[in-house]
Design a protein around this ligand. Structure first.
Ligand SMILES: Cc1cc2nc3c(=O)[nH]c(=O)nc-3n(C[C@H](O)[C@H](O)[C@H](O)COP(=O)(O)OP(=O)(O)OC[C@H]3O[C@@H](n4cnc5c(N)ncnc54)[C@H](O)[C@@H]3O)c2cc1C
Length: 446
């Protein structure tokens, strides 16, 4: 069966719903269809709170049909392919939907098979992820009686890159509250080179790393999980300045061996005596034992999408949707736009970023409909990350392209967003969910 709509939006998540609602507000009579097979939508930013017992999972879920803006058609099917040369979307059931304008908002794909042993270990053996099942993280947190709590992330791009550390601070808070500091090692192992790339947030976060005595390991690429033996195996990456002195905060609990170094097949115990312990060379494999492991799994653009002509076919952004970084227009097809996690924009993939992207997409589509150029190039890479650092404290990192700090003009008059505080926590727990469901998904541009 073939059908035509003026605007087709593939993906009815954060970006798809927000764009549809804003388009409807901008031009009432538009014929818009959203294609998405899922019956429910979850407010993913709250996963962090669910995982620390600070919010009920059920409160983060809504029925998709309640979110589809009135007057917008919902095609409850999965897309198999997009053929932009024919202005055509092919559904898995074989139907074809043609369009005048297309918005691709298909989000990011979680790849549990992207790391050896992860799929087998996940959901048991102490391995959890707020990207998949925050309820299980909370279960593990409650079962934790001390030992190594390892927090880690992959070398691929991920959505909300702050999320893997938010839950770590909440773990630190939980451990302190339950008096387990002396028999707990919290370890952060990341392929990155620092805790956060933008000041003053980096300095503020460092206070919490110290407060919770978190051991940091930079240049660590997770390559394997051995679920039965509760071991995470890393490859050491080359760090930018050639330094291998990247373990911090190891002064306390120094007596314990928390890992092994494998060099030329020989296993050495790692005795981390002080903050300047030399962690060895690039390419060497390290094993870290864990009692609880939280990770962000490897992520990518959806596999089917990577094969379409809208995706970059090579280069560092291979697979992601190629868009102009200021106008959100496809670099190849002028009547096609991208929004959200699936795009190749060089900024953090978040719902907050979409809040600033959707109005640009809408403006440009309306301009094209009016016979003008898609010359709204207002998107400046804005993204933000509410970094929860305790059960009652949060700081709000806002930034744009090239790591330039940005600040919401109203909020920054009222609060210092670079300092973790209780009022910001209230914003995270109550204000942002309210704004998400009642303003952002309803098409308000604010
Ligand atoms: C743990 C965690 C914490 C986070 N914290 C924050 C935060 O504090 N602040 C923040 O702003 N953001 C946060 N985020 C990120 C934020 O949730 C995402 O960036 C945002 O939801 C992305 O929106 P999207 O529209 O690109 O993708 P999604 O909302 O994921 O929507 C994609 C949609 O596409 C659909 N789809 C996929 N494939 C197909 C197909 N073949 N056919 C049809 N439909 C398809 C899916 O069903 C889905 O509904 C967090 C995310 C996680 C996981």
């Amino acid at each position: 069966m073939n059908k035509h709509h003026q605007v087709v939006i593939v993906g009815g998540g954060t970006g798809g719903i927000m764009t549809a609602a804003q388009l409807k507000k901008a031009k009432k009579g538009l014929d818009i269809a959203i294609i998405d097979p899922t019956g429910t939508h979850s407010y993913q930013p709250a996963n962090t709170l669910v995982a620390a017992g600070l919010m009920k999972y059920e409160a983060t879920i809504r029925q998709e049909e309640k979110l589809i803006p009135s007057g917008v058609s919902w095609i409850k099917e999965r897309v198999a392919d997009i053929q932009p040369d024919n202005n055509e979307v092919i559904l898995e059931n074989g139907d074809k939907i043609t369009y005048d304008y297309l918005v691709n908002a298909t989000g990011i794909q979680i790849n549990l098979d992207g790391i050896k042993g992860l799929k087998e270990a996940f959901g048991k053996n102490g391995v959890c992820s707020n990207y998949v099942d925050p309820k299980y993280t909370w279960e593990l947190m409650q079962q934790f009686k001390g030992g190594n709590a390892l927090f880690t992330q992959p070398a691929t791009p991920i959505k909300c890159p702050g999320a893997p550390q938010k839950i770590m601070y909440l773990m630190g808070d939980y451990v302190a509250k339950h008096g387990m500091e002396d028999n707990t090692n919290i370890i952060f192992a990341t392929p990155g080179t620092m805790i956060f790339g933008v000041e003053p947030f980096k300095t503020e976060l460092e206070k919490y790393l110290l407060k919770y005595n978190i051991k940091q390991r930079y240049g660590y690429k997770l390559i394997e999980i051995d679920g039965e033996n509760k071991e995470a195996i890393y490859e050491r990456l080359e760090l930018p300045n050639g330094s291998d002195n990247y373990v911090v905060n190891d002064e306390r609990n120094a007596a314990g061996c928390i890992g092994y170094v494998w060099e030329e097949g020989v296993q050495h115990e790692v005795q981390e005596k002080n903050a300047s312990f030399q962690m060895g060379k690039k390419g060497v494999h390290y094993t870290i034992k864990y009692d609880m492991l939280h990770l962000a799994p490897p992520q990518s653009a959806p596999t089917w999408f990577q094969k379409t002509k809208l995706a970059n076919q090579d280069g560092p952004n291979k697979g992601w949707m190629a868009v102009d970084k200021h106008s959100m227009q496809s670099t190849k097809y002028p009547n096609v736009f991208g929004v959200g996690d699936v795009t190749d924009l060089p900024t953090a993939r978040t719902g907050a970023a979409i809040r600033k992207q959707a109005p640009v997409v809408v403006k440009n589509i309306i301009q094209l409909m009016d016979g003008k150029e898609a010359d709204c190039k207002k998107y400046n890479g804005y993204s933000s990350c509410p970094l929860v650092v305790a059960h009652n404290k949060m700081l709000l990192a806002e930034f744009g392209y090239d790591g330039v700090r940005m600040s919401d003009p109203i909020l920054s008059k009222l609060l210092n967003t670079g300092k973790a505080s209780y009022p910001l926590w209230i914003l995270k727990r109550y204000g942002l969910p309210f704004m998400y469901w009642n303003l952002m998904l309803k098409g308000y541009d604010f």
